[in-house]
Design a protein around this ligand. Sequence first.
Ligand code: 4NP
Length: 154
Amino acid sequence: MRILFVCLGNICRSPTAEGVFRQRLLDAGLAERVLVDSAGTGGWHVGKGPDARTQLAARRRGFDLSALRGRQVTAEDFQRFDLILAMDESNLAHLQRMHVGAAGAEVDLFLRRFDLSPAEVPDPYYGGADGFDQVLDLIEQGADALLAEVRARL
Ligand code: 4NP
């Protein structure tokens, strides 16, 4: 299975989701069976590591995001991945505009897929430090639900 997480900048939310979900897969012994990646709908941070505030909040919970580098979503991603999970409605709408034709990846809103509330992971970039912890709280819940789906599908 191949899963891509998408946000706006690929330096806060989606790299967090990539790092957290990869750790969940490692802990479950499923890392060899699922490919995980992340990308942004925008291109401002291509080649950059995750935001320092994102890395700090993640490291406090044991997730090392330092090796990740930003990239932008491409048309090929819709063929390369089975499931593309957007962090918010704006990211989802962007993906749906790119994804013309029914073939290829299933595109969905990450938290809403699992009936979690809130349905979106809020953009923490212009907010305070609390926002980064909230991102992790939401993503850890989503990652647990996604792991259950992956187990059922494999
Ligand atoms: P992300 O957060 O989409 O979670 O990576 C953002 C990062 C950068 C910007 C916006 C959101 N930006 O405008 O540069």
